[in-house]
Design a protein. Sequence first.
Length: 690
Amino acid sequence: MTDPNDTRDTGPRIGTPLWAFLAGVTVIGFTALVVAMLRLDLGPLVELARTPLFWVLAVLVVLGELRPVMVSSATAVGGTYPSTMFTFAVLLHFGLPVAVLMQAVAVAMNGVVTRKAWHRVMFNIGQSTLALTAAAVVLGLFGIVPSPAVPWTPAGDDLVAIALAGVAYFAGRATLVSGAVALHERRSIARVLRVTVGPQSLVYTALLGLAPLVVVVMNHSPGLVPLFVAPLAAVYFTATLSMRRDHQAMHDELTGLPNRKMLIVSTEEALAESRHDERVGLLLLDLDRFKEVNDTMGHPVGDRLLQLVAHKLTHSVRPGDVVARLGGDEFAVLLPSIRDTHAAREVAARLRAALTEPVRLEGMTFDLDGSIGIALYPDHAPDFELLLQRADVAMYLAKEGRTGVELYLPDKDRNSPERLNLLGDLRRAIDNRELRLHYQPKVGLTTNAVHGVEALLRWRHPVRGPIAPSEFVPLAEQSYLMRQLTAYVIDAALEQAARWWHSGLRVQISVNISARDLLDSALPERLELGLAKYRLPPAAIQLEVTERILTGDQAYTQETIKALAVLGVPLALDDFGTGYSSLIRLQRLAVSEVKIDASFVRRIAESQDDERIVRSIVDLVRSLGLRSVAEGVESEDVALRLADLGCDLGQGWLFCEPMPPAEATIWLRERFQSTPEIEYGYRPEVTQTA
Ligand code: C2E
Ligand code: MG
Ligand code: MG
C-alpha cells in the first residue's frame, strides 16, 4: 500500500469504482460533519475558545497533522498522524462536534501546507470525521456524551468504553483508507487490510491509549499537556527508524525502486490474489549498450541515467504495478492483474517507448533502448522463480533477435520440469557456495613446463551425487543464473590466483565463460574489480570462450570483447574445430590461445584425416602468432605426435587430471622446484590483439 495521502495524481476518473468510493465517503463524511456542527452550542464553544487549553490542543492537533508516523510491513507502507492522540482526547473530553471541527481544520491546513490535491483533502476530512463519529456512537452507547458545556473526564471503570471507542475509531479509519488503496491499486481490500492492520494497530494503540491520560491531565493541570509531545516523539522516531530499516532492506539504494526481495514478496502476493479471469505478468527488462554510457561518461552519469530510467518506467505503468531493479541495468515489472498477452505486450511497448525517448543529461542526448521478456501466470509458470526464469528466456530471445519485446514461448525453451528442478538446486548450491573449482594444468609439449591451469567446476549434489558440468552448465546458460554462476567462478578463481601469486606461484588460471556471459556488459567491470580486490595483474586470469561466439550476431558480444582487451585479460578459444566458423575470422578476434577440441586430438594416432586437421589448425594458429593447446591428451603416443606437429601445449589425463586446490598447489610447487627458470603462467609475447 502506498501512502494514501500521496499527492501526485489528479484524481480518479469520474464514474470509476474508486471515484464512487471517494465521493461516497466524502459526501457521507461531510454530512456527518454538518450534523455534528448543528449540534454544537455556540455559547459554550466561545467560552471554551477563551481558555488557553483550547488553543494548546488546537496547536497540537494542527502540528500533529503535519507529518505522519509511517509504519511498514513487508510490502505495504501506511501511516497515521500523531494528531490522532489529541483529537481522540478532545472527543473524550469535549465531545464529537469540537473534535471533528478541530480535525477538519487541521486536515485542511495540512492540505494547504503540503499542497495535496483537494479531492484528497476532502476525502481525508470525510474519513476522519466518520471514524470519530463511530467512536462517539460507541461512547454514546455507554451513556457518555461529552460537550464543551459538560466535559467528561474518564475514570478507571470507563476503560472498556474507551477501548471499544478506540477500536471503532481505528476500524473506521483502517477500512476507509484501505478501501481507497485497494480500489486504487486494484487489489482486494481484505489483502490490503491484512498487510497493513498489524503494524498500524501498534501505532494506533500507542496514540489512542495515551488519549485518556491527556484528558486527565487536561482536567487536572492543562499546562502539563504539551509534555505529551515527548512520548509522541518517541513513537514517531521509533516508527520512522524501523520503517527506514525495512525500506532499506527492500529497496534499491540508487533508484529507490523495490529490489529483488520485495519483487518476490509482491509477486507472491499477486499470485495468491490473482482472480480466475486475469493473469499476473512479469516483465524483465535489460538495457542495451548501457555499458557504453558508463564507460564514456563515467559512473556518476551512468547512475543518473539509471535513476532517470527508473523514473520513466515507474511513470509508464498503472498504480499497483511494481517496477523493481534487479541490479546493474536489469529491471523487472510486475503486473499484478493483466487481461491477456495482448495487454502485456502493450505495457511492454509503452515501457520501451518511454525508454527510447531521448534524454538530455550533462548537455548530451542519450538514446537508450532495452530488451523486454514477458512471462504470464498461469499460462507460462506457476510461481515467481519460474516466471522470472521464463521472462528471462524471452528477454534473451528479444536481445539476441533484436526484436525489443518477446513473449515467452514454450517451444523456444529447452527446459523440462526436471531441468528446472536442477536449476533450482543449482541456484541454492551457488547461494550456499557448494560448488568447487578443480584445476587442470596445461603443459608445454616439448618443455614440460606448466603454462597455466584451467579451472573446472565441480558440483556434488546432496542427493544425486556429483553432476558433470556438461550437464548443468548448458542448463544455466539458458537462464539468468549464468550470470551468478560465472560471477561465482570468477571470484573463486581470482581468490585462488591471489593465493598462488602472492606466495610466488605465478600461474595463470583460465576460466570458462559462456557466450551468454559476453552479452553481459558488466563482465569486464566485474573482472576489473576482482583483479583490484585481489591485487592481481590482468594476466593472472584468462577467459575461455567457445567457438560459438564467432557465429551468432556479434555486435553485442564485440563490445564486451573489446572491453576485455582494453582491460588486458587474455581470451582463449575453446573446443576449436567443433563449430563451423571460418578460421580466417580468428584473426579478427582478440584471442591469444586456441584450444583444439579433444575429439580430434584423441584420434590423431589412428586417423590420418584427424592428424591433417590438427596439423592445419596448429599451422594456422602459429601463423597468426597465437598459442595452440591440445585438449584431452591421454597417451604418451598422442603427446609425441602433437609435439611433432608443432603444437605448443597439451592438457589431459596424461599429465594430470583436474585437481582440488590443495592437491593442485602441491603439484605446482613440485613442478616449480624442478623447473624454476620457467615463468609460470602465460607468455606475454604470444598475446595478440587484432
Ligand atoms: P572444456 O572447457 O573443454 O574443459 C575440458 C574438459 O575436458 C573438462 O571436462 C576436463 O575434465 C576434460 N578433460 C581433461 N583432460 C581430459 C582427458 O585427457 N580426456 C578426457 N576425455 N577429458 C579430459 P569437464 O570438467 O567435465 O568440463 C566440461 C565442460 O564444462 C568444459 O569443457 C566447459 O565447457 C564446461 N565448464 C566446466 N567448468 C566450467 C565453468 O566454470 N564455467 C563454464 N561456463 N563452463 C564450464
Ligand atoms: Mg575450457
Ligand atoms: Mg574444451
